[in-house]
Design a binder for this molecule. Structure first.
Ligand SMILES: Nc1ncnc2c1ncn2[C@@H]1O[C@H](COP(=O)(O)OP(=O)(O)OP(=O)(O)O)[C@@H](O)[C@H]1O
Length: 282
């Protein structure tokens, strides 16, 4: 990648902060366009996408399948270079991955040949060394006390995702980029993970960008829900989730939650139908 990236890839360096707030983790997506061109196919995944995410905000992204959600996230992570436009974090153009922008996918990226604790310590070890007792305390918080020496393949799906979250937190990220992180989990485990994430976020206030297909999950967790259009993806609707925090599962039974869910569903339905028409049209 050719574009300059101002902050060095060093988590010990105090990075620039967001304006006058002193907070870090502000994301600016500015006229983002991403075109894939495998075998000359020219797939415009995202076009004219604009979005500001405040430092420490929790934003969920909903949208029809294939509308470019993961593409946007991969550009923020620094895995993909935009075709046009910019992605800025705290005012600096993103051009490569950085542990300050931690990513969680549906399938974990744990090393199967390393123990849970070794996985959690791997990131810090590669940079400035492991702080005594830190991995243990994060694992304890994730409910993995006693599983430090287990190998990931021997754990349940929910425990693997908790270990994945612990691995991410060990890097002390400003931004957590989460791409359908709980969608492969059973309903109960998913609820437990949502509560765990809310607990961690409400305490640490890191910026979270959370892709999901689950409208209830988006509204339960986020400050704002962004609904994207069918491909090429751009922002179709922004829903402010004006429900008090801390939130618990009871909020899903409230009238306000139902109103927000209906609004999100109707916008997504419209865009999902457009996406289907596009597919049918080739
Ligand atoms: N590496 C690639 N090469 C070619 N086309 C790609 C590539 N990656 C994604 N695409 C296409 O770009 C579009 C957007 O894909 P993307 O994965 O960002 O969408 P998404 O909204 O995350 O989808 P889903 O909800 O199904 O996960 C899709 O049409 C997809 O097929």
């Amino acid at each position: 990648m050719s574009k300059p990236n101002t902050p060095p890839d060093d988590s010990t360096t105090a990075g620039p902060t967001s304006g006058t707030t002193g907070k870090t983790g502000e994301i600016t997506i500015d006229d983002l366009r991403k075109v894939y061109d495998p075998n000359g196919e020219h797939v415009v995944a995202v076009d004219d996408m604009n979005l500001e995410v405040d430092a420490e905000e929790f934003v969920a992204i909903l949208g029809p399948s294939g509308c470019g959600k993961s593409t946007v996230m991969d550009c923020i992570a620094g895995y993909l270079e935009p075709t046009a436009g910019d992605v800025l974090v705290d005012g600096n153009r993103v051009s490569e991955p950085d542990p300050k922008r931690g990513v969680v996918f549906q399938e974990n990226r744990l090393f199967p040949w390393k123990t849970v604790q070794e996985n959690v310590e791997f990131g810090p070890q590669m940079r400035d060394g492991v702080e005594e007792g830190r991995a243990e305390s994060i694992l304890d918080e994730m409910g993995l006390d006693g599983f430090e020496d287990s190998y990931p393949p021997g754990l349940s799906g929910g425990m693997q995702q908790r270990a994945e979250l612990a691995r991410l937190l060990a890097n002390d990220p400003d931004i957590m980029l989460m791409d359908e992180p709980f969608s492969a989990l059973d309903a109960l485990t998913k609820e437990i993970m949502q509560e765990k994430l809310l607990e961690v976020w409400e305490r640490d206030n890191r910026t979270v960008l959370f892709i999901t297909h689950d409208v209830e999950e988006a509204i339960l967790l986020a400050d704002r829900v962004i609904v994207m259009t069918a491909r090429p993806g751009q922002v179709k609707d922004v829903i402010d989730v004006d429900i008090d925090r801390p939130r618990d599962r009871e909020v899903v039974t409230t009238d306000r939650f139902t109103e927000l869910r209906e609004r999100a569903l109707s916008v997504i339905r419209e865009e999902a139908e457009r996406a289907l028409e596009q597919e049918a049209g080739g």
